[in-house]
Design a protein. Structure first.
Ligand code: HEC
Ligand code: HEC
Ligand code: HEC
Length: 239
């Protein structure tokens, strides 16, 4: 009896110690009617996969095969290029997705202090893995191979349309539909990421903080949807 009690509390302690705060929020999520309806519509009309049209003149530079994506939960549904809406930013955002976990930009909960570090992930082409958040020492990145993700995948495969919509809404409930602006990280005063602590050499960290492309994109953010392309003046380039 004593042993059983001990075992039960030991197992409870282990599961509490390894609980991922993001999957906990997903499990406890209570999407409202509007969010469920949005999920149903999204699943009924899936976005078309982008296709590369054959070019009239064969390209001089040879295209590489697409590298296989890192084995994370997000990637198991979102294929190679999840960002498509904003033509100014999408190439940069998709490029960032190779070394920066989706959770870094899409899970920014209020009132929780997150730390950011490298986490090993199968399929990542960076020797240190990916930059991902952790909360109170617990990693937040959800890998495809985690038992929580495997269970979810099974549930998803067996689900009917109504349950799929519910799962989609639950998974995305704690997430931000839009990530932070480029200046959230490429900033020398208040960067979300401490590039030096992440192991970047001081001069490389400085370069990333002051990255001119990120600053330019941020500075020329369209003022309104009516004017999606903001006119660029020569002085914008000189600033
Ligand atoms: C079970 C499949 C599935 C998984 C896993 C998944 N997504 Fe999605 N996600 C979708 C679908 C379906 C949509 C609807 C639009 C689309 O098809 O891209 C979507 C939409 C989104 C959107 C746009 C806003 C919204 O809610 O519609 C964001 C941002 C997003 N996902 C981020 C993520 C991140 C980050 C992860 C990993 C933590 C993730 N997704 C995991 C299926 C998934
Ligand atoms: C460097 C930060 C960053 C990372 C990393 C990131 N996102 Fe995003 N994501 C954004 C921003 C910013 C937007 C809003 C774009 C805009 O302005 O329209 C966005 C929008 C989206 C959307 C809405 C559709 C669209 O075309 O904008 C989806 C879906 C999405 N992200 C999924 C993902 C997934 C899946 C990953 C991981 C593979 C990921 N994101 C990684 C910053 C990021
Ligand atoms: C979550 C933090 C974060 C956000 C948000 C972010 N970046 Fe970055 N960015 C990084 C990191 C980290 C690197 C370095 C990646 C590496 O070492 O592979 C980087 C690299 C870059 C580089 C390559 C610079 C070089 O010298 O190699 C460019 C260009 C860039 N980002 C532009 C952007 C733009 C444009 C946006 C907005 C659409 C953006 N970034 C948003 C973190 C971020």
């Amino acid at each position: 009896m004593m042993i059983r009690c001990f075992l039960v509390s030991y197992l409870a302690w282990i599961s509490a110690a390894v609980a991922n705060p993001l999957t906990m929020e997903m499990d406890q999520a209570q999407p409202d009617a509007k969010e469920l309806q949005q999920a149903r519509e999204q699943l009924q009309q899936p976005l078309p996969q982008p296709v590369a049209e054959p070019l009239f003149v064969p390209p001089f530079h040879k295209r590489m095969d697409e590298p296989s994506p890192p084995a994370t939960l997000c990637r198991s549904c979102h294929q190679q290029a999840p960002h498509r809406n904003d033509p100014r930013k999408r190439a940069f955002l998709n490029m960032h997705g190779r070394h920066i976990a989706c959770e870094t930009c899409h899970w920014l909960p209020e009132g929780k202090k997150l730390d950011y570090g490298w986490v090993k992930v199968l399929g990542s082409d960076h020797p240190d893995g990916m930059i991902a958040p952790s909360f109170e020492g617990e990693p937040v990145l959800i890998r495809e191979t985690d038992s929580w993700a495997r269970k979810l995948k099974q549930e998803w495969e067996q689900a009917d349309d109504a349950l799929k919509a519910e799962i989609k809404a639950r998974l995305h409930y704690p997430l931000q539909a839009k990530g932070p602006g480029c200046g959230a990280c490429h900033d020398d005063e208040a960067s979300l990421l401490d590039f030096r602590a992440l192991g970047y050499k001081p001069e490389r960290a400085r370069e990333l903080e002051l990255d001119p492309t990120a600053r330019f994109i941020e500075r020329t953010e369209p003022v309104s949807a009516d004017e999606p392309v903001r006119r660029i003046h020569i002085r914008d380039l000189l600033e």
